[in-house]
Design a protein around this ligand. Structure first.
Ligand SMILES: [Zn+2]
Length: 294
């Protein structure tokens, strides 16, 4: 039996340009390139995290801007078996700059405020917070609201340079039901399943020889992707941002290819090896007792 692979597209609506983060409409710029690749691999079912949050409302005038502006693209995804899921990225403007909102109460309020909008679009089964942010209260709130899978988890050591509000250092590397009193451990009281991103050693020259664990990104340069994914024994959950296959931005990156042709080669490399599932499908199989294969 094949291991399963959940390819996730993380629609941050952000790109890196000359080292700076800028807001871009990734659906306008990159969707068609990805769609062309997906059409070549009909067995590949993916999960798209679409932003519905305060920052989208502030920038575009509508929290569900992507759904309003790109109805046909969203419909195409649904018609072809892909999952459309909820991405909430709490930003706040400080001194004229958009930065992560780290006010915990405000983050909880933002989730409550936009949950009904996300629900209207049928995307609340599976959720991911930006920056891998997660807390006991956030996990409980998501579960109590009715979300059944979270994929914010990046289970790796807490690096000094990493976001101080992101901690998955104690979390299991495969899906688990988090406890109400500890989102990083299997426990009781919540309906939600944590489906962490698959983490492995991906070397970069700027790591200065230190072993740094990173998620597996199908937009990585081909050999880097091959080395990363070939080392994975069990099921695999990948993440990429649509902007990472567009040549419009930082195409000279050491890890990221900014090239849809590389995405095609990377998917071809794993096409026969995995059964491809959405995170919703993966969570259902997990619930019915099929064990995650390691
Ligand atoms: Zn994101």
């Amino acid at each position: 039996m094949k291991n399963r692979c959940g390819i996730t597209f993380d629609g941050d609506m952000i790109a890196s340009y000359n080292g700076n983060l800028i807001f871009v409409d990734e659906f306008e710029e990159c969707f068609d390139r990805i769609k062309k690749v997906l059409e070549e691999f009909p067995r590949v079912k993916t999960t798209w995290f679409i932003r519905v949050d305060q920052n989208m409302e502030d920038i575009y005038g509508q929290a569900d801007y992507v759904f309003q502006a790109h109805k046909e693209k969203i419909q195409w995804l649904r018609d072809n078996g892909h999952e459309v899921a909820w991405h909430i990225h709490p930003f706040v403007k400080q001194e004229g700059k958009w930065v992560q909102n780290t006010d915990h109460d405000q983050v909880l309020e933002e989730i409550k405020k936009f949950f009904p909008v996300a629900k209207e679009h049928g995307i609340t089964h599976t959720v991911r917070l930006g920056w891998g942010y997660q807390t006991n209260q956030v996990m409980s709130l998501l579960s109590d609201l009715g979300c059944r899978a979270d994929s914010s988890g990046i289970p790796r050591p807490k690096y000094p340079w990493a976001n101080q509000f992101t901690d998955w250092s104690q979390a299991p590397k495969t899906p688990y039901h988090p406890g109400r009193d500890n989102y990083q451990q299997e426990g009781e009281g919540l309906e939600i399943l944590e489906i962490p991103m698959t983490i492995t050693h991906v070397p970069a020259s700027y790591d200065n020889g230190q072993i740094i664990y990173r998620y597996i990104n199908p937009a990585y340069h081909h050999q880097l992707f091959v080395d990363a994914v070939d080392g994975i024994q069990g099921d695999c959950v990948t993440i990429m941002h649509p902007a990472e296959i567009c040549p419009s931005w930082d195409y000279a990156h050491e890890l990221i290819s900014y090239n849809a042709g590389v995405l095609r080669a990377n998917i071809r490399h794993i096409y026969d090896r995995f059964e491809f599932v959405t995170l919703k499908e993966l969570s259902r199989e997990y619930k019915t007792g099929k064990e995650i294969r390691e």
